[in-house]
Design a protein around this ligand. Structure first.
Ligand SMILES: Cc1cc2nc3c(=O)[nH]c(=O)nc-3n(C[C@H](O)[C@H](O)[C@H](O)COP(=O)(O)O)c2cc1C
Length: 205
């Protein structure tokens, strides 16, 4: 099934909008169909965290401004209540879904099976249809409620991939730090970035 031909990228209201931008830069050229859905709070966090182009300050789709969509590829945005999206139904489930960054609020709602918004429903569909669902939470510290939700979603088949960057590749820029998380997401989608750092043990001091 992987690498995905149809991928859902959902962006929630957790801090870490740049993670979403970096992931979209990587997947849009390589995945023929990418659906993008923003949560209720995401646009507010994105516009606060990122230097979006002038005049696009309130439009989170500006995340995609610098990305060239290859011929034959499609990036489609769906509204949070757009139940006409194909992946709202298990009969037309996409190959995989990533929620990046993923708020604890959203994790709680998915863990409770609420399936109220398109993001929650798409995640619910991924779980019931046994499609890969990758959640990239960014929160610290974690409460007992957060940890319980992480466990129940892991038991239901989701992959919790916290936004915990690594440093053994000696990153020199903020993006190099963030890419260490995005690279783990790409690896789980079977879309490894060729330049991704891999530990070999060589040069170890
Ligand atoms: C500036 C800002 C930063 C936030 N950062 C986080 C965060 O890092 N992790 C988190 O779980 N929630 C964070 N939140 C809270 C969520 O946005 C809030 O719980 C929201 O209701 C989650 O719903 P949504 O992600 O579905 O939009 C933040 C909110 C704001 C305004």
């Amino acid at each position: 099934m992987l690498p995905p031909q149809r991928l859902i990228v959902a962006i929630s209201g957790a801090s870490g909008s740049r993670y979403a931008a970096l992931l979209l830069q990587q997947v849009v050229p390589r995945v023929p169909q990418v659906a993008v859905v923003y949560s209720r709070v995401a646009p507010r966090v994105i516009t606060h965290e990122l230097d979006l182009p002038a005049g696009r300050g309130t439009d989170p789709l500006a995340l995609l401004d610098d990305i060239v969509v290859p011929a034959g590829h499609r990036v489609q945005r769906y509204g949070l209540n757009d139940y006409s999206a194909p992946f709202a139904s298990g009969s037309n489930a996409y190959d995989a879904m990533v929620i990046i960054p993923c708020s604890q609020g959203l994790i709680g709602r998915i863990a409770a099976g609420l399936a109220e918004t398109l993001i929650e429903r798409a995640a619910d569909v991924c779980l019931k249809e046994r499609r890969p669902l990758l959640l990239v939470p960014r929160e610290t510290p974690l409460s007992q409620i957060h940890l319980r939700n992480w466990l129940s979603l892991t038991e239901a088949g989701a992959i919790i991939l916290p936004a915990c960057p690594s440093f053994y590749h000696r990153p020199q820029t903020v993006d190099a730090v963030l890419l260490s998380v995005v690279d783990r997401v790409l690896a789980h989608l079977d879309l490894p970035r060729p330049e991704a750092y891999q530990w070999t043990g060589e040069g170890e001091t």
